[in-house]
Design a binder for this molecule. Structure first.
Ligand code: ATP
Ligand code: MG
Ligand code: MG
Ligand code: MG
Length: 567
């Protein structure tokens, strides 16, 4: 590609609202331009890099067995009403109407679309598991768009949704995505860390992980233990007022949880204090009957002794020991982190002490004889999920192994999540099992901020002069620069090298502009192509300069060797 004609509008100055390096550099190097707050156009160089990252994502997704599709950004409101998110998602959801006043949304994510597609198209276990993905434009009316494409209102996401027949299958699908994400971010040359996105997984289940590109400008805080490898996002540990009615995921106003009197039920704190154990560190779950209520108690420590103590505390009858699977099927969550759980409204006793699980979870509040109603996971459990980590400080003992933890900031570039049956239930996505009985599909969802990843790469790969692209995502591999294009010898030699490299299939940018050498070099540093070939005064002797953007190291190379040196 010849630079003279290419749209690379480099800038010396940037608008003052560009606070962070990647935002400044992406503007200065002519990769992006802002169209509206949080809405950007990708110019030729920026779009090339975006496509490189997309290609990496696509290759690794395909390798993992996922299938690419493409769905619309416009989604009918009915789907969102069905899942309940039309009301729950709040102002971050961009809504619009067609000429017939029918409601639509511009999709911020696509659980509803993929789940309803699967509901309509797959109805047998023989067709499962399936993992579908797309690389597509998402819309979120972020409260505070900032940092350029890092927090945009329109952005490119790779979103994938897996559908399995059971939770073991989900675990496998999840693992395949988790591994693929490691390959993707490694290939993008990101310094990143996979972190547990909820502290309940300290117990080991791992229901959700975020992939964090380490960076001072990251909005998430990561606690990390180098001794045992434990890492978690503690940003989620912020104290949430359960009665404020704000959805922490979306900042939306939602129907507030309600505090209700439940005199027969002990809070977990009470139970824990009574037993002398730490709340939330769970070994097993017991179901007790207290008068007419059923109470689930999470138990740890000396099991047998505690069982006896609990009987006394509640003056209760032990009904059932719940398995992890049962807890999961009642709460929709992995067991182990809910802490102040009891499930009275979820559980009804039917004949013969058989237990039936109802809707409407109630969870414990830190107020004696009270519980919260209309609790919604993960919205309202964020506090408890990170209860252990909330006040942890640099150098304090790791919750897993007691070694000293350290802190860092991260940019969330990817997120993998075990959804379970939340959406398949809401949307009615079922299949027939081997016995011909109808079952809910078990789902996972997996996102990568493709455009955010580009910015995260720039954030990590730059110096005072500009971007330093890692090879695999660079817009071009080689930048050929004749110092003076008016000099026939230099121009001829540069053109020859350019054409030979093109013939070898190398992506080359040829700076054929009639600019001063200083301007060209400054632009070249800013644009950050990995290898630079400078054709200058020694062109007469058949010598050119080969310079690496990473180290700045340069050496003279004979024209006879230049192509093989680059290859
Ligand atoms: P954040 O915590 O930064 O708001 P999120 O948790 O809301 O992100 P997810 O719903 O997990 O985002 O979406 C999957 C991925 O999409 C994120 O991991 C992130 O890389 C990307 N992403 C989310 N919101 C934005 C945005 N406003 N602009 C660019 N990328 C985004
Ligand atoms: Mg968000
Ligand atoms: Mg997040
Ligand atoms: Mg996320």
């Amino acid at each position: 590609m010849k630079q003279q004609k290419m749209l690379i509008p480099t800038l010396r100055e940037v608008p003052s609202d560009a606070e962070v390096a990647s935002h400044k550099l992406m503007l200065r190097a002519g990769l992006i331009r802002q169209l509206a707050s949080g809405v950007y156009s990708y110019l030729p160089l920026g779009y090339k890099v975006l496509k490189k990252v997309e290609a990496i994502v696509r290759e690794e997704m395909d390798k993992s067995g996922a299938q690419e599709i493409l769905t619309s950004a416009i989604q009918p409101a009915e789907l969102w009403k069905k899942s309940g998110r039309w009301d729950a998602y709040g102002p971050e959801l961009m809504r619009l109407q067609d000429r017939h006043q029918r409601d639509f949304v511009l999709g911020p994510t696509h659980e509803e679309v993929f789940t309803s597609l699967m509901r309509d198209e797959v109805n047998s276990y023989k067709k499962l598991p399936v993992n579908l993905y797309q690389i597509q434009t998402k819309y979120r009316d972020e409260r505070r768009p900032r940092f350029g494409v890092i927090r945009a209102r329109e952005f490119i996401m790779k979103d994938a949704y897996s559908f399995d027949t059971n939770t073991d299958g989900l675990d496998e699908s999840y693992k395949a995505m988790y591994d693929a994400y490691h390959r993707i971010f490694t290939r993008c040359q990101l310094n990143y860390r996979a972190v547990e996105a909820d502290a309940g997984t300290i117990g080991g289940h791992g229901g959700t992980h975020e992939f964090m590109a380490l960076s001072e400008i990251g909005e998430d805080t990561i606690v990390h233990c180098s001794a045992c490898g434990f890492a978690a996002n503690i940003e989620k540990a912020e104290v949430i007022d359960l009665n404020s009615g704000t959805d922490t995921a979306t900042n939306a106003n939602v129907e507030p949880v309600e505090l209700v009197e439940t005199p027969n039920v002990k809070t977990v704190k009470e139970v824990a204090e009574y037993l002398g154990i730490e709340a939330g560190k769970v070994i097993k779950t017991l179901l007790y009957k207290v008068d007419d209520d059923i109470v689930a108690v999470l138990l740890s420590g000396d099991d047998e002794l505690n069982e006896i103590k609990l009987k006394n505390l509640f003056d209760a009858e032990l009904i059932e020991l719940l398995s992890d699977e049962q807890v999961e099927s009642i709460t929709g969550d992995k067991p182990g982190y809910v802490g102040p759980i009891n499930l009275i409204d979820k559980i009804k006793i039917v004949a013969d002490n058989k237990i039936q699980y109802a809707d409407n979870a109630v969870c414990g509040a830190n107020k004696v004889d009270y519980h919260y109603k209309q609790v919604n996971y993960p919205r309202d459990f964020a506090v408890e999920k990170f209860a252990d980590l909330r006040n942890i400080k640099e150098g304090e003992p790791c919750p897993k192994c007691q070694a000293a933890v350290s802190f860092s900031q991260g940019i969330e570039v990817g997120h993998v999540f075990k959804l379970g049956t939340k959406y398949s239930e809401a949307m009615g996505a079922k299949y027939l099992d081997e016995n011909g009985s109808s079952q809910l599909m078990v789902m996972g969802c997996y996102g990568i901020g493709v455009s955010r990843t580009v910015a995260a790469i720039v954030e990590q790969h730059s110096d005072e002069n500009g971007i330093v692209w890692p090879k695999e995502v660079a817009p071009f591999q080689v930048h050929v620069i004749p110092v003076n294009v008016k000099n026939d010898k230099q121009r001829e030699l540069a053109t020859l090298i350019y054409e030979q490299l093109l013939a070898k299939g190398i992506e080359v940018l040829y700076d054929d502009r009639q600019e001063r050498a200083g301007v060209k070099f400054k632009d070249a540093d800013l644009i950050g192509i990995p290898i630079r070939v400078v054709v200058g005064a020694k062109a007469d002797e058949g010598i050119v300069e080969l310079k690496l953007r990473t180290t700045g190291a340069s050496r003279d190379v004979s024209i006879d060797d230049i192509i093989s040196d680059i290859l």
